[in-house]
Ligand binder design. Sequence first.
Ligand code: AHG
Ligand code: MN
Ligand code: MN
Ligand code: MN
Length: 323
Amino acid sequence: MRLLNQYLKHHDTPDDLIDLIDSLMLSCKEIAIKLREGALAGVLGTSEGINVQGETQKKLDIISNDILKAVLLDNPTVAGLASEEEDHPVAGNPEGKYLVTFDPLDGSSNIDVNVSVGTIFSILEKPEGLDGGTDAAFMQCGRKQIASGYVLYGPCAVLVLTTGNGVHMFTLSHGGDFILTEENVKIPEYTQEFGINMSNQRFWEPEMQSYVADLLQGEEGPLGKRYNMRWVASMVAEVHRILTRGGIFMYPWDSRDPAKPGKLRLMYEGNPMSFLVEQAGGLSTTCYGHIMDVEPEKIHQRVSVGLGSKAEVETMMKYHAKD
Ligand code: AHG
Ligand code: MN
Ligand code: MN
Ligand code: MN
């Protein structure tokens, strides 16, 4: 049995990074406790607030954000943080080495129906000479990530982590320890499962329309096999399913809000999930190129997402390839 900290030490993770991951997990354990109490703690339902993304915040979006913010700002390794629920980056210790971005509660629209949600995080190094409380410090592409991961709060709480050395899963024990339960997770190359919000079909680009139409044709269509569909509406749950048994997940650009490149956020969702997926042998794209190569221009930048089993993502990209 291996504990998270032991595992990281054994794999030559720098002490300050272990310390930071420790603070992230302390926060996630607190969030897990709040989630478990649900209605008993009066934490379900919607708050009065609207976040910078234009979304009505759930009470638990705010609670989770506050927990992460307080714990991380107390850690001297943190030079700054950026969150889906904060208008601007927040400065930490000017001497700190790391920047943290996070989606405090992903899938929060599901919270009241008791479906799996999660916390997604990404760790970058603070560039020399920049203030950790500025947008400029965070304008780094996903390839620069030092670590990323999520904690899925499902029937059990699971940390899925990469520090650039494979993807590993740690399950939260009753005693409050994250214990290694799966090492070197690999996504199967082929799959027969896809996930996309079909209700947006009429707003997609013709390329995506055509790909999904062929998926739906099953063995009679050009792809020659029958596909099943899963949609939890909680990205952490979708990515967890893909890491566990393969699949393709898509949240493409759509014409509901044509100025935005997609619904999902590059810094809090796109990049951390892409790092995990590629470390597990999968692919993660905007439909046209690697998400982790996108150079961010804005902290809350959106991105179109198609990720999962390598061969399936490549097929999807062929539909988008310009002649
Ligand atoms: P968040 O709850 O952090 O705002 O993110 C929700 C995201 C993601 O988890 C999911 O894939 C997608 O929104 C679901 O969107 P729909 O509203 O289209 O179902
Ligand atoms: Mn949100
Ligand atoms: Mn999210
Ligand atoms: Mn969220």
